[in-house]
Design a binder for this molecule. Structure first.
Ligand code: FMN
Ligand code: SF4
Length: 349
């Protein structure tokens, strides 16, 4: 039986355990230029120092015009490589596998960044801006931005990247029939945009580079998400990370019974894990080490990620081994607007 502390062989990396720090944007840390700051280094030193086997650095934007906020971390230019290599080093110094999430905000681009949001199809954004459907040329350019970002991540020393294909951002918008009404090949095969990016990154970065995909387990529904998961595996993805898609509610075709260990989002990841041959990270609402331990010990998923749980107390693994109490996130939800992390009652630098 695997436990949270059991190693996992991911390509040529022996991942030291099954706990994952998922991507967590640190608003305000990068400043308007988007560079890694001292605050970032300290923050990742603390998180990686907690001992998780994989640390996925926060969403870094592949294009200056596609940022979700003016102060989002950048990866759109080679000038970011030295700072990013500091992040990769601090994660590696704790013997964790270092990934970085690469991201394009699509229609969720900050108003101060662009007033012409990009989308798979014409649409009006929630804040009333008109988004224009991408041309084939623009799609090719954005795909190239992702490949260049992955090459920069590799040069900075990261072991791989995670494509941000969930939470209503651009790749997710291609996957969802709500936002992708295209009549061309990207509409007929909604996984094509992401699958092409995976293939391009694989060719550019080589066979040993880890490619992860963070996708929704609920959009268009569970069956559709399984189809996408298989398409990404086929395209060359090495690991999946299941969150929510364009929708943020439970798909009708998901069989889930309320229980104390995991919610329906984790459940969708568990079902997807059974339908692919690559490892799956489940995430959402895992606030206590006991929940994570249960999921791994019952063989429900390969890895468990905890965002708010580890923000509050990164030392889960050491504490459970030493039988010490873990400080728990109380779910006050202030971190949804992580503009002032110090507003978290448990914030420490
Ligand atoms: C402050 C904050 C920043 C986040 N940033 C990202 C991000 O960069 N990319 C991403 O895919 N999800 C991001 N998320 C979502 C988390 O990775 C995670 O999926 C979510 O918090 C649910 O997990 P939890 O219940 O363990 O907190 C963020 C969440 C928080 C609280
Ligand atoms: S701000 Fe609240 S919800 Fe966020 S990590 Fe801290 S205790 Fe948890």
């Amino acid at each position: 039986m695997a436990t949270l502390l059991t190693q996992y062989q991911l390509k040529h990396h022996t991942v030291k355990n099954r706990l994952v720090v998922p991507p967590i944007v640190c608003f305000g840390y990068a400043g308007k230029e988007g560079y890694v700051s001292e605050k970032h280094i300290k923050h990742y030193e603390r998180l990686a120092g907690g001992g998780a086997g994989i640390v996925i650095a926060e969403a870094a934007c592949v294009s200056k015009d596609a940022r979700l906020s003016e102060d989002q971390l950048g990866i759109w230019d080679n000038a970011f490589i030295p700072g990013l290599s500091g992040l990769a080093s601090v994660i590696h110094s704790h013997n964790a596998v270092a990934l970085i999430q690469i991201h394009h905000a699509g229609t969720r681009v900050d108003r101060n960044v662009s007033d012409t949001p990009l989308a798979p199809s014409d649409m009006t954004t929630n804040d009333g801006r008109r988004a224009k459907a991408l041309t084939l040329e623009q799609i090719a350019d954005i795909s190239e931005d992702f490949t260049r970002a992955a090459l920069r991540a590799k040069e900075a020393g990261f072991d791989g990247v995670e494509l941000h294909a969930c939470h209503k951002y651009l790749i997710c918008q291609f996957l969802s029939p709500i936002t992708n009404k295209r009549r061309d090949e990207y509409g007929a095969d909604k996984a094509k945009f992401a699958s092409d990016i995976i293939g391009n990154i694989r060719r550019a970065c080589g066979g040993e580079f880890i490619i992860g995909v963070r996708m929704g387990g609920n959009d268009p529904d569970l069956k559709g998400a399984i189809r996408y998961a298989r398409a990404f595996e086929e395209a060359g993805a090495d690991i999946l990370h299941i969150s929510t898609g364009y929708k943020d509610y439970k798909p009708q075709d998901l069989d889930y019974t309320e229980n104390e260990y995991y919610n329906w989002i984790v459940r969708s990841g568990i079902v997807i894990e059974r339908n692919v041959h690559i490892p799956v990270i489940v995430v959402n609402g895992v606030r206590k080490p006991e929940q994570a331990a249960y999921i791994i010990e019952e063989g429900l998923a390969d890895f468990v990620a905890a965002a708010k749980g580890l923000l509050v107390d990164e030392a889960w693994l050491a504490k459970i081994q030493n039988n010490e109490p873990v400080v728990l996130c109380d779910g006050c939800r202030r971190c949804r607007w992580f503009i002032k992390p110090e507003t978290c009652p448990h914030y420490r630098v």
